[in-house]
Design a protein around this ligand. Structure first.
Ligand SMILES: [Mg+2]
Length: 269
């Protein structure tokens, strides 16, 4: 287990001294408790309130595996920047007065027709898995999630075979694993870590007087912890011991909210 970011707050506050924070936050399992179905993972009102308060003083970016518009609707704060589909699809307000709005579409930038291919794979999986109870195929623009949280454990192998077959059938895609889900993504060298580095640069935050924080619970968040390294503070959200590149740990979204309160207190001083 990593040390608690709440118990070690003094250490973190010392690094924050004379710098301003920038917050990069995963959504599911970090800001919002994991729910049995993705649409039920709502943001607690107290967390929304603290995010709104923080965003007035510091850059706040939501980095999620969900589609960008989906996660933006769940957070419900139009002033924030959102990196959806693991950072393949980024949009936000202009990073500086007079600058154009923040925007990055990785799949489109390299001219790969990613959304079309994802659509074909999703359609195929919907057909093939229609008769497997508890499986949910969720197309997200730049990725498709195949949730099996509610499925029978005995059906998971069949689900994975269908996912593998879809990846083989449509060029330029690859399989990834999440929490109780498979995901099909573009086979491009891009992840939450690369998205984080792109965001630091695009938002003008790659400077010594800024202390970036990255909070996340998923395996995909490890790419971001590694990319951040010592230049910022990575916090893993889980109550289980796990191999991680993060420096600190918080148990659950409720502890994340309390941690964000601390950061807000330090910024508003
Ligand atoms: Mg998560």
């Amino acid at each position: 287990m990593r040390p608690s970011a709440l118990e070690r707050w003094d250490e973190i506050a010392a690094r924050l001294e004379g710098r301003r924070p920038a917050l990069f936050l995963d959504y599911d399992g970090t800001l919002s408790p994991i729910a049995p179905r993705p649409e039920l993972a709502t943001l607690p009102a107290a967390t929304q309130e603290i995010l709104e308060r923080l965003a007035r003083r510091a850059p706040v970016v939501i980095v999620s595996g969900r589609g960008r518009e989906d996660v933006a609707a769940l957070v419900g704060l139009p002033g924030l920047a959102y990196a959806g589909s693991h950072g393949f699809d980024i949009a936000g307000p202009p990073p500086a007065p007079g600058a154009p709005p923040l925007r990055l579409e990785v799949g489109l930038e390299v001219g790969d027709g990613v959304p079309e291919r994802i659509g074909i794979a999703a359609e195929r999986l919907r057909r093939e898995l229609a008769d497997v109870p508890g499986v949910l195929v969720e197309p997200k623009g730049f990725a498709v999630s195949i949730h099996f949280r509610l499925a029978d454990a005995g059906d998971v192998l069949r689900v994975e075979r269908a996912v593998d077959a879809a990846v083989d059938a449509v060029p330029g895609l690859r399989k990834a694993h999440g929490k109780k889900l498979f995901e099909i993504r573009p086979d491009l060298d891009w992840d939450k870590g690369q998205a984080l580095l792109w965001l630091l640069d695009a938002l003008g935050l790659d400077r010594p007087d800024v202390l970036p924080f990255y909070l996340g619970d998923d395996l995909t968040d490890e790419d971001a912890f590694r990319a951040l390294g010592d230049r910022g503070i990575g916090i893993l959200v889980t109550d289980e011991p796990r191999e991680t590149a993060a420096a600190y740990q918080l148990h659950d979204p409720e502890e994340v909210r309390r941690f964000l309160e601390r950061v807000a207190g330090a910024v508003l001083l």
